[in-house]
Design a protein around this ligand. Sequence first.
Ligand code: AMP
Length: 210
Amino acid sequence: MKLILLGAPGSGKGTLAEIIGRRCHIPTISTGNILRAAMKDGSPVGLRAREYVDGGKLVPDEIIIGIVRERLAGDDCKAGYILDGMPRTIPQAEALERAGIEIDLALSLAMPDEAIVKRMAGRRVCRDCGASYHIVNIPPKAEGVCDKCGGALSARGDDAPEIIRERLAVYHKETEPLEDFYRKRGRLRTVDGQRTLEETTRAVTEALGL
Ligand code: AMP
């Protein structure tokens, strides 16, 4: 299965990608996680990406396309994968098509901006492994500590309210048009992202026929 998760930042793409990936035994490819790891390592890609990520802007398409093309060539992607946070622009979606990548489904998580802003305030991520939590909806077992690797949890810098507003504006302008792109290809399914994680997971697994 080749699946794309669409939806505004904070709509739950990463959390759902993990759940579906575990169930289907396919990897999740999160461009956001790859970029954050590159920034932490200080790699050339990380150094180039930092100013965009920190400002809530999109990293240039050619950087993203390069990262994803390399990652999809991995052996673990042969049986399928979930793309979380890519494509985010029409040129990125076109680049996937040009590379001969046929997507089975683009699943869009619908959520109004006000609900996103509220949810983002409670998001915490592990500084070491990138795992994502929410202080109310998906709390870690011990406050401030990652269940998976014991790393410290903190709010993402780009989840600050003024950066979230910029990211939402970018989402509406650059990423939302992808819904039409995949609708025209008969590949779009929309699920309400505002419900509890359990309810959204059920709706998503039904939409995927799992
Ligand atoms: P995310 O973790 O998906 O919310 O991504 C965090 C940030 O990484 C975004 O605000 C962008 O700056 C950058 N980013 C991630 N994926 C992409 C992409 N496909 N295209 C451009 N920028 C991206």
